[in-house]
Write a protein that binds this ligand. Structure first.
Ligand SMILES: C[S@@+](CC[C@H](N)C(=O)[O-])C[C@H]1O[C@@H](n2cnc3c(N)ncnc32)[C@H](O)[C@@H]1O
Length: 134
């Protein structure tokens, strides 16, 4: 059965906020300690939403990584771009539908991540395949 439900952006933002307020562990600290993003790395954040993880990597690398955030919600991308300007970051937020072939050459990125998003993929093998390829 194919489910066509798409969660509205306001619900997604509320969910992100709930994770931040009530999550029992600090996932941001854990993510950085686990992945250790480095200055000079090219990083892709798949399903970046309003850019939480992208901004986290940017802070952790002191703006020295080349970060791309991809999402199919233009509304959330706009929020991310607004924050990009506000904090003076240089993250490339762009449209990406992770159910479609990613528009990047093979081996473009050193690190490809996704937080709270990949479970929306309609074919996990396909999406992981694209993330691994780029
Ligand atoms: C719960 S939010 C998480 C956002 C962000 N990663 C974070 O941690 O704050 C899930 C995200 O997945 C995105 N998403 C869902 N389906 C997608 C698709 N097919 N392609 C790209 N992004 C998608 C949504 O637009 C949303 O931004």
């Amino acid at each position: 059965m194919k489910i066509d439900y798409q969660e509205p952006s306001k619900d997604l933002l509320m969910r992100i906020d709930i994770h931040e307020k009530y999550g029992s562990a600090n996932i941001d600290v854990w993510t950085n300690e686990l992945l250790k993003p480095q200055a000079g790395m090219k990083i892709l954040d798949v399903g970046c939403g309003a850019g939480k993880l992208s901004f986290l990597f940017n802070e952790y690398t002191k703006g020295e990584a080349k970060i791309t955030g991809g999402d199919f919600s233009e509304e959330l991308l706009d929020k991310a771009r607004e924050k990009n300007k506000k904090v003076g970051a240089n993250i490339d937020f762009q449209f990406l539908d992770f159910n479609q072939p990613f528009k990047f050459e093979d081996n473009t990125f050193d690190l490809c991540t996704s937080a709270f998003a990949i479970y929306y993929a309609s074919d996990l093998d396909f999406t992981f395949g694209e993330a691994h390829r780029v």
